[in-house]
Design a protein around this ligand. Structure first.
Ligand SMILES: [Fe+2]
Length: 418
């Protein structure tokens, strides 16, 4: 009776240890090796092995072995009949000496005999074959009792579940990787398309070549300085690239007029935000605010913009970013009827119009980006590429910029009459 009780305690101990082992975060190979040792140790079995079932190769691949001869096969093929039988058998140990009817035991008869194999346990979990356990004889030389078989069965289930979990994990990882690649492809295609569109818009306007691309880049810098997440920064860039897409329906001669356009032409041109919105709206963008940027990039905080004359809080944030990027590029590039403006004038203009046209914190973020590049805090030379080296080397540009930054009123001081 005491013996029985001790055995029970011992068995529970071994099972608990095995459970702990298979839920450990160590490598799968190690888990299998330790599990095998626990199983062999708990019943004092001399030799044994654990194999994983490969449904593709229809074979058992050895994961861990102990005490087997070196020439024991590491991959054992199964035929249909073997698989059918093992599945039907479930987790119960099969006596190798009595199982010679199956092709599996005939094919490997020699190896099994050489390694002194006594029991073979198919690992079947949720009616799925996941592997097998091979066991040699007990150290005492006594035959396996039905009690031993129960223990083997319980421990084999643990090992089977661990293999199944590992299989499911591998499958999940494979699918996640596949999805990641698909998504990456889609994103690249989308971004390439956006850039192609930006180039197409810019081609139409011969005086402002590269405008959309630059506005995209400036918007990206602002979003970065505002601390946006990577995907949102990308969204801001896309919004910049596409903000003028509505211009593709505006007559070329209005866009390219080498003079200040008249009121009628102006009202024609001013339709481009609405048209842009209509073009972009039906497309499902990875960044939902892209159409809004097109529609409201000519709005101003003080309500004097177009098309809807929205006030500060009514204007989508992304549109405020693109508005600043757009205005900055207009000021710093040559137009048919006016030259680009010098840095001091541009900074003063942005500062003066903070809170009127532009959101102060967005101007601040933009200035900060430029300041970081000028002072070498940021190693990237983006402004230099976009504005030209000469412009960025304007005499006294850093104090000019610092002055403008200091002169921006905080957003909370601003009030508007609606
Ligand atoms: Fe525009």
């Amino acid at each position: 009776m005491a013996d029985e009780r001790n055995r029970l305690i011992h068995t529970f101990g071994a099972l608990a240890e095995l459970g702990e082992e298979v839920s450990n975060k160590q490598s799968f190979q190690d888990t299998m090796r330790t599990s095998l040792h626990l199983l062999l140790g708990s019943l004092a079995i001399m030799r044994g092995g654990v194999a994983r079932y490969s449904p593709f190769g229809h074979e058992l691949n050895m994961l861990a072995m102990r005490g087997f001869r070196d020439d024991f096969p590491i991959a054992l093929s199964l035929c249909q009949e073997d698989e059918r039988q093992f599945l039907a058998n479930g987790l119960y140990p099969i006596e190798v000496s009595q199982a010679k009817v199956l092709p599996f035991f005939q094919v490997y008869d020699h190896s099994f005999e050489q390694s002194g194999l006594e029991l073979f346990v198919p690992l079947v979990v949720h009616e799925e074959p996941v592997g097998a356990v091979f066991l040699g004889q007990k150290a005492t030389g006594e035959p396996y009792t039905s009690y031993d078989r129960e223990i083997i069965c319980a421990m084999a289930r643990h090992i089977g579940v661990a293999i199944l979990q590992r299989n499911m994990m591998a499958e999940l990882e494979r699918r996640a990787e596949e999805n990641r690649k698909l998504y990456e492809n889609l994103r690249m295609t989308y971004n390439d398309t956006v850039k192609a569109f930006a180039a197409a818009i810019d081609r139409k306007d011969k005086y402002t070549e590269g405008h959309s691309v630059r506005v995209g880049k400036y918007s990206e810098i602002i979003a970065e300085e505002l601390g946006w997440k990577e995907q949102e920064v990308e969204g801001a860039a896309v919004a910049g690239y596409l903000h003028d897409i509505g211009k593709i329906t505006v007559e070329r001669k209005i866009i390219n007029a080498p003079y200040r356009i008249n009121a009628k032409e102006s009202s024609e041109l001013n339709k481009h935000p609405g048209v842009g919105y209509e073009i972009l709206m039906p497309i499902s963008h990875p960044y939902s605010d892209v159409p809004l940027a097109a529609k409201y990039h000519h709005e101003r905080l003080d309500g004097r913009g177009y098309p809807d004359g929205l006030f500060d809080r009514e204007i989508p944030y992304i549109a405020k970013i693109v508005n600043l990027a757009d205005s900055f590029d207009a000021m710093t590039t040559d137009r048919p009827y006016k030259r680009r403006r010098p840095a001091n004038e541009v900074f003063a203009d942005l500062q003066r119009n903070s809170g009127k046209q532009f959101a102060p914190e967005i101007v601040q973020a933009f200035f900060k980006g430029m300041y970081n590049e000028l002072t070498g805090v940021s190693k990237e030379k983006r402004f230099r590429r976009l504005l030209g080296r000469e412009y960025m080397e304007t005499e006294g540009i850093i104090p000019m910029l610092t002055n403008a930054m200091n002169g921006i009123a905080p957003a909370s001081n601003l009030t508007f009459l609606h």
